[in-house]
Design a protein around this ligand. Structure first.
Ligand SMILES: NC(=O)c1ccc[n+]([C@@H]2O[C@H](COP(=O)([O-])OP(=O)(O)OC[C@H]3O[C@@H](n4cnc5c(N)ncnc54)[C@H](O)[C@@H]3O)[C@@H](O)[C@H]2O)c1
Length: 450
């Protein structure tokens, strides 16, 4: 199949490269000429494990190309995928669909033969209908079918997720488009990666419902973690204890500083806007969004509290800036709110991240960035682990203790154990680890019983 991929970001580039890998001929389009120039020279615009090699292999095989010329890519293609951004609209938090509609308009103008237009961007229910309207209005003679095919890949594991998805969702209202979509995904479809066909509106909603559900799961365990701290319980064991129940499942039950990234925050907001517009509120998501937002800054306060006394003028080392490991994506990362809260209290921040510093520099002021995690620690009055990069798991706790001016470790991802940290003399603050001395525990049990 000949495929045009509009938007060469986290989703478009990975999807385009994976489609090429399974044998399709893909033209990746972006309006950002620097991105396209870089890609033509083997420079990836994002950090994603395995992506550089995947792209290089398919460039060599002549299955993938990069261009700023949308019309050229669309002419003669069997399918064109829209994978442009849908950020939150500043005015009201709804999904900003201007990039999607602009792409739809440009595609409509460029259509030369029958073509399936696929929305891969995350878009609210009804967006496909609007794309149909734009195409009809712009190019009334075009033979085009509009399909929804939301993407579920996770940054950091994007290639494997795309190649071996839990499912592929395809929403279409025109049966003519089914054969093209089935042929595109045939090499990926398997018993463990089924293709789910449904109508377009349902498909659009599935993506939001999935992200909202995952956001609920994370927020649930985060609040349970707070309760663990209050009652003297251990959230890791609670997660395992509930997660082994197959109805619940073990994943997305790691307590932490709140969810971030380019999807959950904006997609929960957009779902709320849709539910408002259709007078069908999903109140649980409303609460989750609020709880998560306040949690991020609360994590900053947790760091300040652990430092005791007046933190003004003191230094905190922050390890990890991206919203999760194995990506350079800083969008809505908890580190942004945490560092802001620290700076608001007059704290100096020295930060390290293996891949996120370039993006972080654009979003943070007054932070000293260093290249080595140990360099961040030298003379600091506390260290906060905000993102669970693998290299931090391997840090030498004794060396951490030696380098810090005050031995305060805030493990906001629970990557170490209390025993290991306290064993080298560090004061350990984790998430949801409310283990207290047994006398204290006995007393609280007594109070609770009275
Ligand atoms: N990032 C993720 O992990 C992820 C996962 C699943 C779904 N999504 C969804 O996928 C969509 C894309 O997300 P992303 O993270 O890849 O965004 P991104 O910002 O990384 O990439 C979007 C790209 O589209 C380009 N673009 C915008 N308008 C264009 C046009 N008219 N023609 C050509 N290129 C154009 C931009 O220059 C940019 O490079 C969003 O709707 C997002 O919600 C993202």
């Amino acid at each position: 199949m000949r495929i045009a991929m509009i938007g060469t970001g986290y989703v478009g580039l990975v999807s385009g490269a994976c489609f090429a890998e399974i044998g399709h001929e893909v033209a990746c389009v972006d309006t950002d000429a620097r991105k396209i120039d870089g890609l033509r020279n083997g420079v990836m615009p994002i950090y994603e494990p395995g992506l550089k090699e995947l792209v290089a292999r398919n460039v060599d095989a002549n299955r993938i190309s990069f261009t700023t010329n949308l019309a050229e890519a669309v002419a003669g293609a069997d399918a064109v995928f829209i994978a442009v951004g849908t950020p939150s609209r500043k005015s009201d938090g709804h999904a900003d669909l201007s990039y999607v509609y602009a792409a739809a308009h440009q595609i409509a103008e460029a259509i030369t033969g029958p073509i399936v237009i696929v929305t891969k961007s995350t878009v609210p229910v009804g967006t496909g209908d609007e794309v149909v309207r734009i195409v009809r209005e712009t190019n009334p003679d075009a033979r085009a079918w509009v399909v929804s095919n939301p993407e579920f890949l996770r940054e950091g594991a994007a290639i494997d997720d795309f190649m071996h998805p839990d499912r592929v969702v395809i929403g279409l209202d025109d049966e003519e488009a089914r054969a093209t979509m089935a042929a595109i995904y045939a090499p990926i479809e398997s018993e463990s990666s089924p293709v789910v066909f449904t109508n377009r509106r349902t498909s659009e909603l599935i993506k939001y419902a999935a992200n909202a559900f995952l956001a609920i799961k994370i927020t649930f365990i985060n609040e349970v973690a707070d309760l663990c701290e209050a009652v003297g319980a251990d959230v890791t064991d609670v997660s395992r204890g509930i997660g082994l129940d197959k109805r619940i499942g073990t994943r997305f039950l790691n307590a932490g500083p709140g969810y971030g990234g380019s999807c959950f925050p904006k997609d929960t907001l957009a779902l709320l806007k849709t539910s408002e517009d259709f007078a069908s509120p999903i109140r649980v998501v409303d609460v989750v969004a609020q709880v998560n937002e306040t949690r991020k800054r609360a994590m900053g306060r947790k760091v300040l509290a652990a430092m005791g006394g007046n933190p003004r003028g003191r230094t905190v080392a922050v390890l990890g800036l991206t919203f999760k490991p194995d990506t350079d994506d800083m969008r809505a990362a908890p580190s942004l709110s945490i560092i802001q809260a620290l700076q608001d209290a007059g704290v100096r921040v020295r930060a390290h991240d293996p891949e996120g510093v370039e993006q972080a520099r654009l979003l943070m002021n007054g932070v000293e960035f260093v290249d080595d995690p140990y360099a961040a620690l030298e003379g600091a009055d506390a260290v906060a682990i905000v993102t669970e990069w693998d290299i931090y798991r391997k840090l030498d706790l004794a060396r951490i203790k030696q380098l810090l001016a005050a031995p305060v470790l805030l493990d906001l991802r629970n990557i170490f154990t209390r025993d290991a940290a306290e064993g080298v003399g560090l004061e350990y603050h984790a998430i949801g680890k409310g283990i207290r001395p047994s006398a204290d525990r006995a007393q609280s049990t007594r109070i609770a019983a009275e």
